[in-house]
Ligand binder design. Structure first.
Ligand SMILES: [Zn+2]
Length: 250
């Protein structure tokens, strides 16, 4: 309830900003929806952010006239525009077809390589273990593979050793893994100063806007704010974003 003291909240309020973070996501627009508010706030505070987009999103339309190739090209452009607007430093596009993510060595190796190359303190990804609602298969696969990539595959030099011996990369230990869309979040971040930026980035995904707007009968911005305001109730700020935060042991 509004007006209650901050310590009435159930979740830890996270305020620290790491030097580097990474967002791994299945489809163009998932990063902005899942972690956009925190990413915008962290970038404003000096954090270097890398996006790793797993699929090209070439199945994400109801427009029957659009070919998958044309849609993929359009969505890549939209994702670049959104990332540029957010001032995301690096964007890695793995290019798997939409709906085709599998828990393979190839995909695991791709995420491990991105982690070893861009060396994030914190990695954001879809919660693969969510069971209270439906979620896209690609979200589960991206969440699971990224979880494995963080620990132990990116950390230990004998996994994907050829990336170290032949590609010149070094092992990297990610300190924190943050799941969005979690059934049981344990941390909340104040995104009051960045939610407008999150929404402005999200609407760069113009090909997805008709669905976003029709689904709830309201704009995506209004819907996002309604949810973020409800999450923030009792914490003493206007808008919040919640995550399941896993911290690696030293
Ligand atoms: Zn998605």
């Amino acid at each position: 309830m509004r007006g209650m003291s901050a310590d009435s909240g159930r979740l830890d309020v996270a305020t620290d900003v790491p030097e580097r973070a990474m967002v791994v996501f299945a489809h163009p627009d998932d990063a902005e929806i899942g972690a956009g508010g925190v990413v915008a706030a962290w970038i404003a505070a000096g954090c270097e952010v890398t996006y790793v987009l797993c699929t090209n999103g070439d199945a994400g339309t109801t427009e029957r006239s659009l070919t998958p190739a044309a849609l993929a090209a359009r969505r890549a452009e939209e994702q670049r525009a959104a990332a540029d607007f957010m001032r995301v430093k690096h964007v890695v596009m793995l290019g798997y077809p939409d709906g085709f993510l599998e828990d393979t060595r190839e995909f695991l190796g791709d995420v491990v390589r991105a982690i070893r190359q861009y060396r994030p303190h914190t990695v954001f990804v879809h919660d693969p273990y969510r069971i209270r609602n439906f979620q896209h298969r690609d979200h589960r696969k991206a969440g699971l593979t990224t979880t494995d990539a963080v620990y132990p595959f990116a950390r230990d030099h004998l996994h994907f050793a050829e990336q170290i011996t032949r590609e010149g990369l070094s092992p990297h230990k990610v300190r924190e893994l943050w799941y969005w869309g979690a059934d049981e979040p344990n941390v909340i971040v104040d995104v009051s100063d960045s939610i407008e930026r999150q929404i402005a980035a999200l609407v760069r995904h113009e090909s997805q806007m008709p669905g976003f707007n029709v689904a709830a009968g309201e704009t995506i911005g209004a819907r996002l704010k309604k949810g973020a305001a409800a999450l923030a109730e009792g914490y003493g700020f206007g808008y919040g974003a919640v995550f399941r935060r896993l911290i690696a042991r030293r």
